[in-house]
Design a binder for this molecule. Structure first.
Ligand SMILES: CC(C)(COP(=O)(O)OP(=O)(O)OC[C@H]1O[C@@H](n2cnc3c(N)ncnc32)[C@H](O)[C@@H]1OP(=O)(O)O)[C@@H](O)C(=O)NCCC(=O)NCCS
Length: 197
């Protein structure tokens, strides 16, 4: 890979270990924490750099204070790591009464808010195509949500981003409605999977 983002996983909570299909390459899925904010910002920049013109709505940039608030309110993040390099990351929002924001833009939400888990900021290293990094992130999110007793797994995707919304649908996180991001006119799909706990 030309651009790599290093991460030390020695003291990290490893959620899953495995080997990429058809490759003799180990991967780990780790819980990312507030200690990883700088690393996550670097990784985010790499994802944003790789977007083509017109794809800006696929991945919304988040600043350092957003990441800090995210972790301070008890929400989570996961990363896919291989050979000490971060090759995928996602934020997992677990709202509660004190921090009820879900990050969903335009969806009628199931209740209570403590039943909801939202994945956002899903990104796979642009040179990792074919390794199913996006798929691994979504599967790991559904496990994290179920472990935290969150049975309503929600996500939103840009309708033009077919790689992204197909990935959710393939994992049973179905399109249940359409939405609109009024700030930039992006047409959204709202996804929902009810998890058996
Ligand atoms: C959407 C995204 C996370 C998918 O990650 P991924 O690791 O490629 O996903 P997977 O390999 O698990 O599955 C997606 C499929 O679409 C293909 N694909 C994804 N992005 C692609 C691209 N830009 N060009 C060609 N094929 C692509 C993958 O090769 C894979 O195909 P396969 O099932 O035939 O193997 C990744 O493309 C990405 O980071 N995009 C930029 C940010 C973004 O759009 N995020 C979505 C936020 S909801």
């Amino acid at each position: 890979m030309n651009k790599t983002v290093n991460i030390d996983i020695q003291n990290k909570d490893i959620l899953e270990k495995g080997q990429f299909e058809n490759q003799k390459l180990d991967f780990q899925i780790v819980a990312l924490t507030s200690d990883d904010i700088q690393t996550m910002l670097i990784f985010q920049a790499l994802i944003l750099d790789a977007l083509e013109p017109g794809e800006e709505g696929y991945f919304l940039e988040k600043d350092e204070s957003f990441f800090k608030k995210h972790f301070n309110s008890g929400s989570k993040a996961i990363g896919v790591v291989t050979n000490g390099h971060l090759i995928g990351q996602a934020l997992i929002v677990h709202p509660n009464a004190q921090n009820p924001k879900t990050g969903m833009t335009d969806m009628d939400l199931p209740e209570p808010v403590e039943s909801i888990s939202v994945i956002q900021g899903v990104g796979a290293h642009p040179e990792s195509r074919g390794l199913k990094v996006g798929d691994k992130l979504i599967k790991a999110w559904l496990d994290v949500a179920a472990n935290d007793n969150r049975h309503n797994a929600l996500a939103e995707t840009d309708q033009h981003n077919h790689y992204s919304w197909q990935l959710f649908v393939k994992n049973g996180v179905d399109i249940v409605s359409e939405g609109l991001d009024q700030s930039d006119g992006t047409k959204l799909y709202n996804h929902h999977k009810v998890l058996k706990l």
